[in-house]
Design a protein around this ligand. Sequence first.
Ligand SMILES: CCCCCCCC/C=C\CCCCCCCC(=O)NCC(=O)O
Ligand SMILES: [Zn+2]
Ligand SMILES: [Zn+2]
Length: 453
Amino acid sequence: MFSLGAIKIPTVAFLRKQLNTTALIEFGKYIQKVFPAVFSTEFIQHEVVGEYSYLFTVRGSDPQLMPYMLLAHMDVVPASEEGWKFPPFSAEEDEGYIYGRGTLDNKNSAIGILQALEFLLRRNYRPRRSFYIGIGHDEEVSGLDGGKQIAMLLQARGVKLSFLLDEGSGILDGVIEGIKSPVALIAVTEKGSLTLNLTVRSDPGHSSAPPKETSIGILAAAVSRLEKNPMPRLFGYGPELMMFEHLASEFAFPLNIVMKNLWLFSPLVSRIIERKPTGNSMVRTTTALTIFKAGIKFNVIPHLASAAVNFRIHPAQKVAEVLEIVKDTIDDDRVEITVTEAFDPLPISPWDDQALGVQIFRRTIMDVFPHVSSIAPGVCIGNTDSRHFTNLTDAIYRFNPVVLKADDVSRIHGWNERISVKDYEKQVEFLFQLIQNSDIDKLPKPHLSTHEL
Ligand SMILES: CCCCCCCC/C=C\CCCCCCCC(=O)NCC(=O)O
Ligand SMILES: [Zn+2]
Ligand SMILES: [Zn+2]
């Protein structure tokens, strides 16, 4: 059963320097209380990193096996009180679902990993392969003070990882139009990100004698141009090509033929899938207007208007290219553009028979989710703490072992985020199996089954 207390602790992260530190401390105390074996077992070391994040080092019995890492985070995005069926930090249970901010992103993983380990320890299990668990405290606001510090600490200790598993994708059931059965997408990369601050300054004055254009009007026109002119279609130029080719047999005729021949049909397919927000995120660099600020009083022309625009960069594009397109699209020198944060799309992790992590995930998914009909490489449309770990391994995977239905994706960062009790139990079962399956020293033999990749 989900530790409901974890959801009730409002570990909200607003900005990098605006965290609910009281809640973060409480969360640390909470996990110590509910997972006593994890915190007291002799072969597990726990450390607090960056004041609130946790790093667990689980020393396996065979030092010859290269360690791996499981990553999650305890912080959550803010949640408004209105719009929810139940208050976002009430952890209310209703018709088999637990409601609350963090139930999918990402206390389910943080608690699920520790829960699975606690179960194993109570059965006197000691892993052969060492592993690390990182529970970040600021993933939603960059991960620079939590996840990144954990990565730097491990790097300073000379640690190399065989693979790393973080949040960022899942088992999609009815999310991809045309695919009826659930498919597991393990993201082998994540999109880049660029956040711009746009500012327009104009003379302040009395609203009774307004100028022809105000800072608000100029800025509104600029952001509207960005929204009306989406970034170019790049579908088929990144690993989403691999994803759809792997999933081709899931589509009925004639779509299965189309998906197998994306070299020819990608322009057509991209026009169809871009109609939905999740599909659009696969097709291009997305443009999201997220903050707009201006004005203080109805009869005062404001001096300043500012807006934040967040772009999630398609794997086939780079920050510099996006910035150039933005400048051309705005095409107005009165709009001052400054970069708040920027990074390119992440490297693509291996997806082949030699990739240990992939083989272990594949086996574990088949064990725990036998109804999943395909396991395919995907693209994480958001960003995760795993991006800070590229110096420790080239095998970074993003996969949350949870079934997401069509309306679940918008619950993440939205209203009524929830997880079913059954799905949470499956997540713990997956992690319980994964830790044991990771003890193999050789790659498992190819499995003969319908889960063909
Ligand atoms: C053709 C349709 C393909 C659909 C693929 C969509 C897959 C959606 C699956 C999972 C949901 C996305 C999870 C993203 C995790 C992001 C974690 C996060 O919030 N990080 C902070 C940030 O990105 O700002
Ligand atoms: Zn998250
Ligand atoms: Zn998030």
